[in-house]
Design a protein. Structure first.
Length: 107
């Protein structure tokens, strides 16, 4: 897999893409399992990973080279890492939205 997020400014995730175009997002392990997770994305430099009512994560500083591939997929694979091991992995559908900031401001 090749890295599509060369910037690590947020420090909270890493994003990789394989030759088939599939995307893997690696985050730190979070308590509580995902319940109806989804990734909201508007094509910009941020995406919102909604895990459950109690847990959401803003993915900041998405590299320009990662934006088009992220818009092109219907789902991503999330891997939660704890102590350098995969603690949990699950597929998450992506939802393209018109303006992510507008959605975040409403909450």
């Amino acid at each position: 897999m090749s890295k599509t997020n060369e910037s690590k400014h947020s420090g909270n995730y890493d994003m990789l893409q394989n030759a088939a175009g599939e995307i893997l997002i690696i985050i730190e392990y979070r308590e509580g399992g995902p319940e109806n997770p989804r990734l909201l994305y508007d094509g910009g430099d941020k995406a919102l990973l909604y895990r459950s009512r109690e847990s959401a994560l803003m993915l900041n500083n998405i590299h320009e080279k990662a934006r088009a591939p992220l818009k092109a997929v219907n789902e991503v694979l999330i891997a939660e890492i704890e102590d350098d091991d995969v603690a949990r992995e699950y597929k998450v559908p992506t939802r393209l939205v018109h303006n992510l900031q507008d959605l975040c401001d409403k909450k």
